[in-house]
Design a protein around this ligand. Structure first.
Ligand code: TYD
Length: 223
């Protein structure tokens, strides 16, 4: 478990957080419409059958009062910096819970984690913070004291066109589900993937069963 490793793959950390020794922390990331929630649930069902009581499926934004505030901020059109800070606040609380599960030896599967903030808020705030690079740096710095570095980040990749088509067939789109916006999100995700060794890319244009099979090739090596 590489707890609190510095974002961006550098080896040192400014933190001396206690390291959860036993569990395994796996994160599912991807643009809306990539199918990550479906795949995370399928992986959870398979792993829980193999290891009853040892697997936890969790998600961000969470169901806590801060997670509710995040959703409220989005629905009420709150300031996007305020919203970014709320996502990180939600994560700080969530991380405390994840740390406890890992200390109990659980396999923790999280549907979204810090990379979602880097990618989504990076895309949203880039014009306001002097470009995508600066926005991403600020968001990484803010997340650094908050996160546990995942053992594995499964990035589900699909063309943004396909993702938006999938979303349109399901529901009304939110501000996070616009084609150009998701393209920016996708670019940031791909950049993170190049620099963070916990990332593993999955081709999410394939049927969910196939994506799950490929996910397990990476997951097994971490268990
Ligand atoms: P999503 O995973 O789609 O949850 P649900 O469908 O259950 O509401 O997350 C909601 C949206 O929040 C999604 O469009 C991505 C966005 N998001 C961010 O912008 N930043 C973050 O840090 C996280 C965790 C999510």
């Amino acid at each position: 478990m590489s707890a609190s490793a510095k974002l961006g793959g550098s080896s040192s950390s400014s933190l001396d957080e206690p390291k959860p020794e036993k569990g395994v922390f796996i994160v599912f990331e991807g643009v809306d419409g990539s199918g990550k929630s479906t795949v995370a649930k399928m992986v959870f069902d398979i792993l829980s059958a193999e290891m009853p009581g040892r697997v936890v499926l969790t998600a961000e934004p969470t169901e806590s009062f801060i997670g509710k505030a995040v959703r409220h901020a989005n629905e009420s059109g709150a300031d996007e910096l305020a919203e970014a800070l709320l996502f990180v606040a939600d994560r700080a609380e969530h991380t405390r819970q994840i740390r406890a599960w890992l200390a109990e030896g659980k396999v923790v599967l999280s549907d979204r984690y810090y990379a979602s903030t880097i990618a989504y808020q990076g895309a949203l705030l880039k014009d306001r913070l002097g470009g995508a690079k600066r926005a991403v740096e600020w968001l990484k710095a803010m997340n650094e004291p908050v996160i546990i570095h995942p053992d594995l980040t499964l990035l589900l990749t699909v063309s943004v066109k396909t993702a938006v088509e999938r979303l349109k067939s399901r529901k009304d789109l939110t501000k996070f589900e616009d084609f150009r916006f998701l393209n920016d999100v996708d670019l940031i995700y791909r950049g993170l993937c190049m620099e963070d060794p916990s990332f593993h890319t999955l081709d999410a244009s394939k049927p969910a069963q196939k994506v799950v099979q490929e996910a397990f090739l990476a997951i097994r090596s971490k268990l």
